[in-house]
Ligand binder design. Sequence first.
Ligand SMILES: [Zn+2]
Length: 180
Amino acid sequence: MRASPFIFPIGDLLRSDALPRRVAIEIPVHWGVELTKTAPDVPLRADLTLAHVSGGILVRGSVSVAVDNVCHRCLTQTREQLELEVAQMFVPEPGDDAHDANEADEYELDGDMIDLEPMLRDEVVLAMPMLPTCGDDCPRAGVDHLVSAGESGLNTGTPEDEGGPSSPFSVLQDLFDEGE
Ligand SMILES: [Zn+2]
């Protein structure tokens, strides 16, 4: 039994003649930030290709994960499916005297093993909405609008401004409908 379902042996992929290998992961995760968390009852699915490239291993593929958002205005919980494309480099661990050369946007291999969890967690958390909302019909949206109207130009264009029941075009549409 492996210590983590995100860890795979890749010793063979460090050879320059190694062929790319696909790995599939399907496992529940518990990642999140304040108002968005991965759904506890739907597993994360990742379909990844691990390929030898100069300097390390390139991991790319697709990730699908359900997240539960809490609307920052009215606190209603909604579920959203995130579909991500990822591509990240994994490099061999530097020697003790080479830590300063570590690139911030690369992940490290652990000897002849690769741990995909930190990379996947980073990608999923980065894709989470900063300020989730329950949708355009949020019952608190109007309240927010009144509060912020005097201070900034944000949130000024509501859908009602352009095509709601009071729009002159809806009257025309009614006339056309009656004529048929
Ligand atoms: Zn809401």
